[in-house]
Write a protein that binds this ligand. Sequence first.
Ligand SMILES: [Zn+2]
Ligand SMILES: [Zn+2]
Length: 407
Amino acid sequence: MAGSSESRRPKKGKDQRKKFLFSLFGLLLIAYGIYLFLVISSIPPSKDNSSVLSNEIVGAYHVHTRFSDGRGRVEDVVKAAKKNNLDFIILTDHGHPNHACLQSQGWRQGVLVLAGSELSTHRGHLVALAFPDSLKNLPRQAEEAARLIQKNGGFTVIAHPYSKARWSWGKENALYFGLELVDADTMLKSKGLSLLPYFPLLLINQRAFALKMLKPFPSPFEKWDLLNEKNPPFYGFFSCDAHVFYKTLLSLFHLRIPLERELPAEFQRARQIVLEALRSGAFYNSIDAAQPASGFRFWAEKNQRIYPMGSLVELKAGETVWLRVRIPAVNSQLAALIHNGRKILTTSDRDISFQPMETGFYRIEVYLQEKSILPPELPWIVSNPIFLRMVNHDSHSLQSATSVQNH
Ligand SMILES: [Zn+2]
Ligand SMILES: [Zn+2]
């Protein structure tokens, strides 16, 4: 009898320990659930700007599929694009070029699927766009590849210059058209384990997860401004570089192209319109997961002529030019006008008219002021620049040009 009571005691102790651990786990789970709930509720809902959607199109650039190292098929990316109300996507599978990816282009379920290729060059990764499918064996020498693509009617964008396969800068930067300013893949990886507690959000609230991934990314912006001083024009791209979690990553960084009319149903024509807008910098970038940015506009006006983003405005002595900005309605925002890499004006106004006194390049960054939704140094909207240049005049000052004419 004594023996059996002795053997019962440790069993009882074991049961109690089990019960205690079970309750502790339950409590931790509840606390974790409350934490996730607080994370989700700390993010203000996004405002519906769909009323102004009609005169611009929105898309996601730099997406990988199973044609290279992406996890999904083209159909999965199209599905994610539709969930995010995107008009176009730009697939950029690795290859020299990646022919299978190029052949997947077309209208698919109402989404314009375009494709280029991400080349692995001796300087780093280079995205080539708008080149003919007939090109084969693209060179691994970056300048050679950029030259060949350009000769065949295409253009190139330097991918993730300060992460992964970092770009090693050479002298012939004028060969490239664009630079990626931010990319979701780098942010996802650099946040690494600190994102682990937020992974359940991928199932219950992708927007909250996407916003938790974000971090400031100043180096590409600084380099972009330097490039535009030395090798204009250089256009800035927000890149998804999505390989997985398409629905989430395609919600984050968008390219927005103001357009007078809808894209035509004819694929080649629609492709040409989008690629021409990107090639000429006539688009802006936005973090739409924070707040849909549709309706932003930045343009120059000279002699009643309108010059869109990306334009070069040539000025003769005595001519005046206006820069105009329109910012979509949100609760609170701050716009910065940047001239040759320096912030020269910040304002909370939503309509800005500015008469520049100097030549050079001008661009706009807009910051959301709502608490905790974006890291403080990460702009919500980034326009492409407008370039001002004097013709037949050595001065950089538009004021002195005016006074020359007055004399
Ligand atoms: Zn890459
Ligand atoms: Zn990539």
